[in-house]
Design a protein around this ligand. Sequence first.
Ligand code: ITT
Length: 220
Amino acid sequence: MAPPRFRILRGIAFLHRIWYYRSMTLWFATGNTHKQAELAAILSGHHIKIPAQGGLVDFSPPETGNAFLDNALIKAQALYQAVKAPVIADDSGLCVDALEGRPGIYSSRYGAKPGEPLSSSARNALILQELGDRPQRSARFVCAMVLLLSPDRFFAVQETLEGEILREEQGSRGFGYDPIFYIPGLGCTLAGLTPEEKNRISHRGKAGRRMAALLSSGEV
Ligand code: ITT
């Protein structure tokens, strides 16, 4: 019989093998490194790779859809064409009620002129200017997420996070519209939360955990 230390090592190797085979490599169809960091933490049991790691440095398919879900599927299909392996994609944005849902699917390009994208703080300033003193400040983040396993097989989920638009930026963490997105129940903006706290409540966190549950269900 093998000595105890050898048996423990063999046990660890066995558990590692189980963990490795349950975890999947997922290509994430994004060029946004903030989203990449968030999803890698949300799906921490899996290997998340971005197009640049497959030599696709300029991956940016035209987002021609009229809904978050359409654009998530466009990104997923475009990357699947290139890598021929399971892909996850996220199309997300901020919808402000008093602005009839803007910026919505145009969140990353809001206020941009051709060839001249706005910085995040300039986009935040534009939203604050458009809203002015209006008392109605309700808004939500939306995240449509698609898991594409083969050309004709995909799963989709769309999740939200409700909040309010502040009158000025607050907080220095996160990205994009986080500094103007206030969570009344927490008394701070998303930019005031740690990455773990944000993932726990966010649109992306909720959508990603649904995908994680699906991946560990044994049905995928
Ligand atoms: P990819 O298309 O390459 O994934 P992107 O940033 O262009 O990157 P989207 O088209 O989905 O992604 O646009 C999402 C924009 O919405 C993003 O650039 C932010 O401005 C905003 N956004 C989405 N999720 C956010 C979050 O959690 N916090 C702050 N802003 C967010």
